[in-house]
Ligand binder design. Structure first.
Ligand code: FRU
Length: 493
């Protein structure tokens, strides 16, 4: 094992152990210690789910990237394993960037990641090279392939950037493996490249799978590509987005393209585009296929533009979303908390047909780790309420609000009063056209430091991190007008 990896493993075992369970989320994955971004190598291996992640153990800020590692049987209770990769070779000395995992025919686990190497040229300018590299292991210890890197600037279409070439996601193919990689063509926007390998080691360029052509942001990061309900889905996270109505927001975003894949030519034709998440904090999702055939997605519950919400002095920064089962319905990507979440449910509190007007507090409805289902409708369909809202993580000083204005069809999450001391984005709105009549259902998953709001059976999702002290656990409702609401709440533990 290299000194760099050994040092990281020693550091995390000492410092990770010092973080109390109560200082972490109850059922969302956080780094062993220090910083976490993108999910990597999300896979099933040797009977367990493996999650690797972009990792800097030494501080709660981004730094030279390692791969952190955790395993789970139910996608909710994670066991930290020692760091899997460290930037310890010449070709990855400036970082082991995002990538994926596959199981080899001999039972070993293959990791494919981006190696980053910065060189100073004769003018003193820094040139960053990104290449694709491999490591093979047993689910805990990994050895880097001695022929690394396996994909370099020699394997990209002419005119494509040698710097922006990253995040390989391996997917199964009939005769071996495909992998999709984010790239930047000469037009400065994004494209996804498709490669093929029969053995997982010898990779050949096949095609440009799809081009952004400056439609959705610039560079496309962290692609995933899979078949779902008879269609093909490309997930990617574009940088430098421009806002488009309520669909896409400025900065780093998430994009889901639904369409068809012509395997012979290796091209994907998108028919539908939508955001994956309409909240503030969701990026770089990866999926895994479960043994029972479900496609489960987990994303980084943070946005690059809002990282400052977490104080860098905290012992950890960055968390993963809950596992979400995804499907295509009504021509859209639907998401729903994986059924494993049901196993966390404890005391049930039910209040049906509650007439709401003004402020309402309900017996038994409080807490920071909860699964809350709200079915909201107007008392009089001819006189739709103006606004319905739920405040949580609430006391006299703090609260975060989810609010719906049916007359505008706008659902909003607002963490302005959550205790944040930074001038960053604190609220985001999304359009729920189908609920302009005032009927809307929300399933809200609260953990100590996050909220994930599944709208109308999962037709859209809004995700947001909040770092209000976990002891602040009030929940209240406010209605401008008159609504009738069914409230069902479970404590999650
Ligand atoms: C996306 C990303 C990836 C890269 C990684 C570096 O969040 O920029 O493209 O591999 O983060 O940590």
């Amino acid at each position: 094992m290299s000194k760099v990896l050994q040092k990281a493993r020693e550091y995390e075992s000492v410092h990770g152990g010092r973080i109390k369970d109560s200082e972490r989320p109850a059922f969302h994955l956080t780094p062993y210690t220090g910083w976490m971004n993108d999910p990597n190598g999300f896979s099933m291996y040797d009977g367990k789910y493996h999650m690797f992640y972009q990792y800097y153990p030494y501080k709660s800020v981004w730094g030279p990237m390692h791969w952190g590692h955790a395993v789970s049987e139910d996608l909710l209770h994670w066991e930290n394993l020692p760091a899997a990769l460290a930037p310890d070779m010449n070709y990855d000395k400036d970082g082991c960037f995002s990538g994926s995992a596959a199981t080899l025919p001999d039972g070993k686990q293959l990791l494919m990641y981006t190696g980053v190497n910065k060189e100073t040229d004769e003018n003193g300018d820094i040139r960053e090279l990104q290449t694709q590299c491999l490591a093979v292991g047993d689910g805990k210890d990994y050895v880097k392939f001695d022929m690394n890197p396996v994909l370099t600037a020699e394997n990209i279409p002419e005119g494509s950037s040698r710097t922006d070439f990253r995040d390989p996601k391996i997917i199964p193919a009939k005769d071996g493996y495909y992998c999709v990689v984010g790239s930047r063509p000469a037009d400065g926007s994004g494209q996804i490249l498709l490669y093929h390998s029969t053995d997982g080691f010898d990779w050949k360029f096949k095609s440009i799978l799809v081009q952004n052509k400056n439609r959705f942001g610039k560079m496309w990061e962290c692609p995933d590509f899979f078949e779902l309900d008879g269609k093909w889905v490309l997930l990617t996270s574009p940088q430098d987005m421009l806002p488009e109505g309520f669909e896409y927001h400025n900065g780093n975003g998430t994009l889901c393209l639904i369409g068809s894949f012509d395997e012979e030519s290796g091209t994907f034709t998108d028919e539908i585009n939508q955001a994956v998440d309409y909240g503030i904090d969701y990026y770089a999702p990866q999926t895994v296929l479960t043994p029972d055939g479900r496609r489960i997605m987990i994303g980084w519950m943070q946005n690059w533009d809002a990282c400052a919400i977490r104080d860098s002095e905290e012992p950890w920064a960055g968390q993963m979303s809950i596992p979400r089962e995804i499907s295509i319905k009504n021509g859209r990507l639907y998401q729903w908390p994986a059924r494993e979440v049901l196993s966390l449910r404890r005391e049930r509190v039910l209040h049906n047909d509650v007439a709401m007007s003004g402020r309402v507090v309900l017996p038994g409805i409080s807490g920071r780790c909860a699964d809350i289902i709200l079915k909201i409708r107007p008392r009089d369909p001819e006189d739709v309420y103006h606004k319905f809202s739920m405040r949580f993580a609430e006391n006299d000083d703090f609260h975060t609000t989810i609010s719906f204005r049916p007359r505008e069809g706008v659902l909003k999450v607002d963490r302005k009063f959550s205790g944040s001391r930074r001038a960053i984005i604190h609220q985001r709105r999304s359009l729920v056209e189908e609920s302009r009549d005032g009927s809307i259902s929300l399933r809200i998953i609260l953990d100590r430091f996050s909220t994930e709001i599944f709208v109308n059976d999962g037709a859209s999702v809004m995700t947001c991190a909040t770092y209000t002290d976990p002891s602040v656990d009030g929940i209240s409702f406010f209605t401008d007008g008159e609504a009738v609401v069914d409230v069902e709440k479970y404590t999650l533990a």
